[in-house]
Design a protein around this ligand. Structure first.
Ligand SMILES: [Zn+2]
Length: 96
């Protein structure tokens, strides 16, 4: 027995295809442009992706990046190593 699924829904542009348009990728599918010209649903999705993309870009720019203090981190590691050595020495002494 063979099942055949039929649908009246046209094949819409995939999320990836729409993102390729926004990112202006050279591999973008030209048939998507034709589809977008006659499909309101995909045009709206493209518009929403574009707005989200712009919103994310502007928010990324406003994120404060914490500075990493390498010298302070080294000092903490050294202190931790000294403390560990002292603890081990105390344990060794207690065991004698
Ligand atoms: Zn569509």
């Amino acid at each position: 027995m063979t099942f055949r699924v039929t649908t009246n829904e046209p094949t819409h542009a995939s999320d990836g295809a729409l993102l390729a348009i926004i990112d202006d990728e050279p591999t973008r599918d030209a048939t998507i442009d034709e589809h977008l010209a006659r499909c309101a649903s995909c045009s709206v999705r493209l518009q929403q992706f574009r707005q989200s993309s712009e919103s994310i870009s502007s928010q990324i720019g406003s994120i404060a990046v914490p500075t990493f203090d390498v010298a302070a981190m080294r000092a903490r590691v050294t202190r931790a190593e000294v403390e560990a050595r002292n603890r081990q020495a105390a344990l060794d002494q207690a065991a004698e």
